[in-house]
Design a protein around this ligand. Sequence first.
Ligand code: SF4
Length: 311
Amino acid sequence: MDPAKRASVGARSEVREDAQLEEQVKDWLRYGEDLGLGPYYRDRPSLHAIAAAASASVESHNVATSSAVSASVPAAMAAAAPGRASGTPINVAPSPSASQKSAPASTILPATAPSLFESIERIEGDTLPRIREDIGDCTRCKLHKGRTKIVFGTGNPNADLMFVGEGPGRDEDLSGEPFVGRAGKLLTDMIKAMGLERADVYIANVVKCRPPENRLPEKDEIATCSPFLMRQIDAIKPKVICTLGSCSAQTLLQTAQGISKLRGEWFDFRGTKLMPTYHPAYLLRNPAAKPEVWKDLQKVMAVLGLQPKKR
Ligand code: SF4
């Protein structure tokens, strides 16, 4: 065969091989889609997230078969609902939300974008007192100008469950304690309804100084302060993080998705299960959302093996 002919045959065979390879890749992608793996290969979460999702699906089966999520709000949480007698159960419409339809309750979803905290190294042997010492009389961001007290966080340093809110309000700023106003009272009721005491859990915020006029923390303030929260999470090593409201969920998951889309789903946050739910302050304004929060808390309880407090 002359050299020109040989080159032409070689080129045709390369094209055939490329086409075969392309078909094989397409088959694999179709196979992945069929298995529901689309988001994983597109978003490329860490292998850890995939492993966590796999183990969660096993747990999800166990949880689903061992404890059904109750559709009524416990008395303590229901008490603030207008027009209802204290202790009256609030029934939940049986139809799940759109987000719940798309994934089983205990499926762990990867964080929706590479985390702000991915690059933050864990500090070996870090402790809460050391983190508080490092914060000092902080002036790292502009929130220091209006604060009375830094609200570091409070609770059990070995807690299995950690709640994360957005930032201190007026009462918290004055007392130096997170969640002490009306929203704090409701959070305490929520914790009790889960069969726990406030001292059993750890409570912290994304930013540690009060934003003026109770506005949401701004991006630069979050970016400056939240590494301290990250260190708190690493030091406490909770089994579950429950974020309260949109700011904390969006910060930890690095997403712009609204809380109504995020709540009720499990996410993986650097190896820890994370459940977003509504902020107690929102529940004070919208008590009709309490049953949804109670459903979220029951998912947390199922993972932690907690029984609701007996009435
Ligand atoms: S919000 Fe955080 S970073 Fe800003 S001044 Fe307060 S402690 Fe420092």
